[in-house]
Design a protein around this ligand. Structure first.
Ligand SMILES: NC(=O)c1ccc[n+]([C@@H]2O[C@H](COP(=O)([O-])OP(=O)(O)OC[C@H]3O[C@@H](n4cnc5c(N)ncnc54)[C@H](O)[C@@H]3O)[C@@H](O)[C@H]2O)c1
Length: 329
């Protein structure tokens, strides 16, 4: 099997590649070539060196998608994106990568299929940002998509394309609407959602973190380990069970910031929780006020997608996967 992962140097991409290194047949069989591309050079674990083909590419440049599809990968996992804050700040870049890049990728597959029959599996990273407030308390699977950001709009348009190209038999698409992935490994970033991870990751390493919102703020989460599971499952599942609604809301946990902190205290003790400093930020408070709080992900669960059931598990996964089991830095 030939596999292409676009956006392989990003957070989810790196985690996915690490998982493949541990379980080489997790994408449904032995991998003949694993093409890993991104604007930054993707890292290749030593055990994958014989099959990995890392490359730096800009999907937003004309002609790049055709080159990526030229050797006809059987499975394409499309993770490349300009994320929400940057796509809002830079209109041109967001549309160029998130919409034009995706359209070119999808169309390169169509063009390749005109030469001789070709219908790869296409797994696309979408987002809960395809939905927009006002929301019901729990958002059902069939809630309409009315995004309130350019990023959400680019993801929603890509979802429509994914469904139509699948209907036409150009590829076999699955759209993964990811919850907010928590605890995001690495350094604190400037994303408005960053604090959901920062207030756990930093105290778990003995560092202070700032909480800019009230503890009553509620949101929808899954761990990086679950995110990898969503993509491996979507790569191997029987897609005849999905039907025409190809974009699936992934399962997760609905939790308040207060519940996150209580879980931190249970798992890592009161000293860790005491490292959280409350500094209200009206801008971030305003942004998160319009965010989704809870989803009914019944369809995805029935199709075999799974996520954590309680927040303590999300914290334990971070300690196991990122801190070698050790709390406190
Ligand atoms: N992490 C989350 O909480 C979350 C939530 C919802 C949706 N998503 C989506 O999941 C996917 C992966 O998320 P992530 O957290 O790993 O994001 P990330 O920003 O860490 O990774 C995205 C990668 O895409 C690459 N990229 C950007 N422009 C590119 C281009 N023109 N050509 C090639 N590569 C390009 C970036 O360099 C980066 O490595 C993204 O599509 C994102 O929109 C993530």
């Amino acid at each position: 099997m030939k596999v292409l992962i676009i956006g392989a140097a990003g957070m989810v991409g790196r985690k996915l590649v690490e998982r493949i290194a541990v379980e080489p047949e997790i994408l449904g069989g032995p991998i003949e070539t694993l093409s890993l591309v991104d604007v930054f050079e993707p890292q290749v674990p030593a055990s994958l060196a014989a099959i990995a083909k890392p490359g730096t590419v800009d999907l937003a440049k004309p002609g790049v998608a055709e080159q990526l599809i030229a050797d006809r990968p059987d499975l394409i996992i499309h993770l490349a994106a300009i994320v929400s804050g940057q796509a809002e700040a830079d209109f041109d870049l967001g549309y160029a990568v998130n919409l034009d890049g995706t359209r070119w990728l999808f169309d390169a597959i169509r063009t390749e299929g005109l030469k001789e029959p070709y219908c790869p599996r296409m797994v696309f990273a979408s987002s809960i940002a395809v939905f927009g407030a006002p929301f019901p308390e729990s958002i059902p699977d069939d809630f309409f998509t009315t995004p309130l950001t350019s990023y959400g709009t680019q993801k929603a348009i890509s979802e429509l394309l994914l469904a139509d190209y699948t209907r036409r038999g150009i590829f076999d698409g699955v759209g993964i609407r990811l919850p907010t992935i928590c605890i995001r490994p690495g350094k604190p970033n400037a994303a408005a959602s960053g604090f959901f991870s920062n207030i756990l990751r930093e105290p778990l390493s003995g560092q202070e973190a700032v909480l800019p919102v009230d503890e009553s703020v509620r949101h929808w989460f899954a761990s990086p380990r679950s995110a990898v599971g969503f993509f491996t499952h979507a790569s191997t599942m029987d897609t005849s069970l999905i039907g025409p609604r190809r974009n699936l809301m992934m399962p997760g946990i609905s939790a308040t910031v207060g519940e996150e902190i209580a879980a931190l205290e249970r798992v890592a003790g009161p000293k860790a929780a005491a490292l959280i400093k409350r500094e209200a930020d009206p801008t971030i408070q305003g942004i998160v006020a319009g965010w989704a709080r809870c989803f009914d992900a019944t369809r995805a669960r029935e199709l075999g997608f799974t996520a954590e059931k309680e927040f303590d598990e999300i914290i334990r996964i971070h300690i196991e996967d990122e801190l070698d089991g050790k709390i406190g830095g």
